[in-house]
Ligand binder design. Structure first.
Ligand SMILES: [Fe+2]
Ligand SMILES: [Fe+2]
Length: 253
């Protein structure tokens, strides 16, 4: 589908996005809200906005490039790099992915749409956003910092003393269990959209939103799996090792 349309010659915006929803994101990055220009030809939009069609196609292709690391490489790379990788994911969610989806939802014209959940989606999304940002903030300011302290203490015993008080304040085991058992922040949106089902949805703007939400849900699941299956188990193991070392030091003293 994408290859066939890759020269986009004489196509309307609605056809381009209808064939490939990721073009909505590519257009957005060139300052075009696709839902305001449904009936425009792509050539006209390029002229009005002053960019080349090839640049748009190039940007669209770049959206297929994945920077995801394999689970196996994350399992074996140093723990501080796993933390950095997860922070990079957070940054992408907060600065790129979610503002785009938020903007799409805010601009959804519900007066013209005959789906009762459109208003609910506008209502529910900001609370999801807030909850999600809090989750990320807690991870970055408390959990990741603590795990980095463990990592650096393991590499330099002079840092061991810095850990003594943090270890008393934080229960990594409880945090890891809570993280594993908590529902995805997306569960409300999943329910509302019937698992992002496009059945019976004709409105293109809403279709793009559903597909973006589905993609984000998938990315978030991969992210959480890395935290649950790689980050926490490795950090807990390291914490045990360091606790033993601290015990030995106090015993020798
Ligand atoms: Fe995270
Ligand atoms: Fe998380």
């Amino acid at each position: 589908m994408f290859v066939q349309n890759s020269n986009l010659k004489n196509q309307k915006i609605s056809d381009i996005v209808g064939n490939d929803y990721r073009y909505a994101k590519a257009l957005d990055s060139f300052g075009v809200d696709f839902y305001k220009y449904f009936d425009y030809q792509i050539e006209d939009i390029c002229k009005i906005k002053g960019f080349k069609k090839e640049s748009l196609i190039g940007y669209r292709i770049s959206l297929d490039e994945s920077f995801d690391l394999e689970h196996d490489s994350l399992k074996s790379c140093p723990l501080n790099l796993v933390v950095e990788y997860l922070k990079h994911n957070h940054n992408y969610f907060i600065k790129n992915k979610l503002p785009y989806i938020k903007n799409l939802i805010q601009n959804l014209d519900t007066s013209n749409i005959n789906y009762k959940f459109s208003d609910d989606l506008k209502f529910i999304f900001p609370s999801f956003y807030e909850e999600f940002t809090e989750h990320i903030l807690e991870e970055e300011t408390i959990i990741f910092q603590y795990i980095n302290k463990l990592f650096y203490a393991d590499h330099n015993s002079q840092n061991l003393s810095l850990l003594f008080f943090s270890m008393k304040e934080i229960s990594l085991k409880n945090i890891a269990e809570e993280h594993l058992n908590e529902d995805s922040e997306m569960s409300g949106i999943r329910g509302l959209t019937k698992n992002y089902s496009l059945n019976n949805i004709k409105n293109l703007h809403l279709k793009v939103i559903f597909q973006e939400l589905k993609e984000f849900d998938k990315e978030l699941e991969i992210h959480s799996n890395i935290e649950n299956k790689i980050l926490f188990p490795r950090a807990l193991k390291l914490q045990d090792k360091i606790s033993n070392e601290l015990r030995n030091i106090s015993f020798l003293n």
